[in-house]
Design a protein around this ligand. Structure first.
Ligand code: SAM
Length: 230
């Protein structure tokens, strides 16, 4: 399988970071977990449906879905073997199929999923790669299947922006160095959020693919995303 340089970098980076990735949940003071839960709610999942979590990391979304819907079939796709290994270790494989694959060209069958989720993955992709990802989600969704993409974003103004700057530009890198977390210690996270900005950059890409798209902004713009239907 051939990957672009950027995707190869992501794979190596997240492999290295996989065993400590869960610490980010603590350093986000619960915001990451809250955001995942809120994102999954937008999908209105029903018991027995087939769900795919793209760029699933160490499986937090999968854990949440499985806890509520134990008869659903779940796919977890991630490019990093380390992350998939952690996800398997945390949640086992009952009703879950883990695929160590590129989310931009997975082996999941066309029109096979009722819902697709992807949290905190968009900022790791370029604008052009994100367009490919949206088409890929369209391909794997059943007719009128639901999707949600949620990402950390840069708030535009005011006090929230100052707090965001303090947290991502100063506090998190400091804590990251202390806990030896490369993801935040070298400001990787704040730089990738900075270049992603927010979901509005992708609005026309979403609208050119999906029939229904709703953009959302949570916590004063610290998290933005898009949900909708095929
Ligand atoms: C910031 S983590 C988010 C993980 C998870 N979704 C969460 O909520 O914590 C981004 C993940 O995307 C994965 N990733 C990056 N590029 C990918 C690609 N092209 N295909 C599949 N996974 C990819 C990385 O390995 C990493 O696990």
């Amino acid at each position: 399988m051939r990957f672009s340089n950027r995707i190869r970098f992501q794979k190596r980076f997240f492999d290295r970071f996989s065993s400590s990735y869960h610490l980010i949940n603590f350093l986000s003071f619960g915001l990451a977990t809250l955001t995942r839960r809120r994102s999954l709610t937008t999908l209105k999942i029903e018991e027995g449906e087939t769900i795919c979590d793209l760029m699933c990391g160490d499986g937090s979304n999968i854990g949440m879905i499985r806890k509520k819907f134990n008869k659903s079939r779940i796919f977890g796709v991630d490019i990093s073997e380390g992350m998939i290994r952690r996800a398997r270790f945390r949640f086992g494989e009952d009703n879950v199929t883990f695929l160590t694959e590129n989310a931009l060209s997975s082996s999941i069958s066309s029109s096979s999923c009722d819902a697709v989720s992807c949290t905190f993955g968009l900022k790791t992709l370029s604008f052009e790669e994100r367009k490919i990802l949206f088409s890929e989600v369209y391909r794997i969704l059943k007719p009128s299947g639901a999707f949600v993409f949620t990402e950390l974003s840069r708030p535009k103004f005011g006090l929230i922006y100052l707090l965001w700057n303090f947290y991502f530009g100063f506090l998190l890198p400091l804590l990251g160095r202390f806990f030896l977390l490369p993801f935040v210690g070298k400001k990787y996270l704040s730089h990738s959020i900075d270049s992603f900005e927010n979901i509005t950059k992708d609005e026309s890409s979403f609208r050119s693919v999906f029939s229904q798209v709703d953009l959302f902004s949570w916590y004063g713009g610290i998290v933005t995303g898009a949900c909708g239907r095929k």
